[in-house]
Design a protein around this ligand. Structure first.
Ligand SMILES: NC(=O)c1ccc[n+]([C@@H]2O[C@H](COP(=O)([O-])OP(=O)(O)OC[C@H]3O[C@@H](n4cnc5c(N)ncnc54)[C@H](O)[C@@H]3O)[C@@H](O)[C@H]2O)c1
Ligand SMILES: CC[C@@H](O)/C=C/C=C\C[C@@H](O)/C=C/C=C/C=C\[C@@H](O)CCCC(=O)O
Length: 208
């Protein structure tokens, strides 16, 4: 995809993968990128750094919790006002915490679906948008079992099922010119998080 002149929203872009994707979009010539994240300090730091490196008119931070519809609506509305359009939605924000599994399902799964529909509403040609691309950040844990992170794995599997089904039916492509894709990355963090998170599963799923 030719990124030049395109406008993107990246959830969870204050740090980690979302930050790297934001930088990649800027390097490839995106006209504007909005980082939507709950980590205000990191978000501002990232924007300050990228503004110096790339051009301060091209990247902006908005405090937004992906689980709150009104805040995400604000993100789409303001991005459109600031940059004139929205072409790319990187649905990346996520947490990994089996102790707070209900919140994890809300952030990693439920909100991703809600915000995908919101993105289609804003980018789709049906409502006067230019069409676009949605990328959902799942995980290899969504393609296979992950014994130490069962709920994380379930939520990420759900995203794969959702994106595949939407893509195969081609509803949003044909009616709205919006394409959907899914990322399923692996990790180099296992040696540290694997041990810590296994404790929860041990406490709750064993009968000893
Ligand atoms: N790191 C990996 O190895 C790996 C591998 C595969 C998939 N993933 C997925 O990639 C995505 C990003 O992972 P990461 O490693 O960069 O994580 P990270 O913790 O470094 O960054 C996640 C970002 O999401 C933000 N965030 C969390 N909850 C939010 C909310 N409710 N609303 C808005 N923003 C919120 C955080 O503030 C943070 O800036 C996640 O969805 C994760 O599941 C990560
Ligand atoms: C959201 C915060 C982020 O930083 C946390 C990421 C947590 C996990 C990374 C995950 O997305 C990748 C998972 C890949 C799993 C693949 C297969 C497993 O079965 C491998 C298990 C390996 C092991 O047990 O050591």
């Amino acid at each position: 995809m030719d990124i030049s002149g395109k406008v993107a929203i990246v959830t969870g872009g204050a740090q980690g993968i979302g930050r790297a994707v934001t930088e990649c979009l800027l390097k490839k010539g995106a006209r504007g990128v909005t980082i939507a994240d709950v980590h205000e300090q990191k978000g501002q730091e990232t924007v300050n750094e990228f503004s110096q490196q790339y051009d301060n008119e091209r990247v902006t931070f908005m405090y937004a919790d992906v689980t709150l519809k009104s805040q995400m609506e604000d993100v789409f509305r303001k991005t459109k006002t600031t940059f004139g359009r929205v072409d790319i939605f990187i649905c990346n924000a996520g947490i990994c915490n089996e102790y707070e599994w209900e919140r994890m399902v809300d952030i990693n799964f439920t909100s991703t679906i809600r915000n995908t529909y919101l993105a289609v509403e804003y980018m789709g040609t049906k409502n006067g948008g230019n069409g676009g691309v949605i990328i959902i950040n799942s995980s290899t844990a969504g393609l296979t079992q992950f014994p130490v992170l069962p709920v994380y794995s379930a939520a990420k599997s759900g995203l794969v099922g959702f994106a595949r089904s939407v893509a195969v039916r081609q509803i949003i492509d044909t009616k709205c010119s919006v394409r959907i894709g899914i990322l399923a990355g692996y990790s180099s963090l296992f040696s540290s998080i694997g041990f810590l998170l296994d404790i929860y599963v041990y406490e709750h799923l064993t009968c000893q």
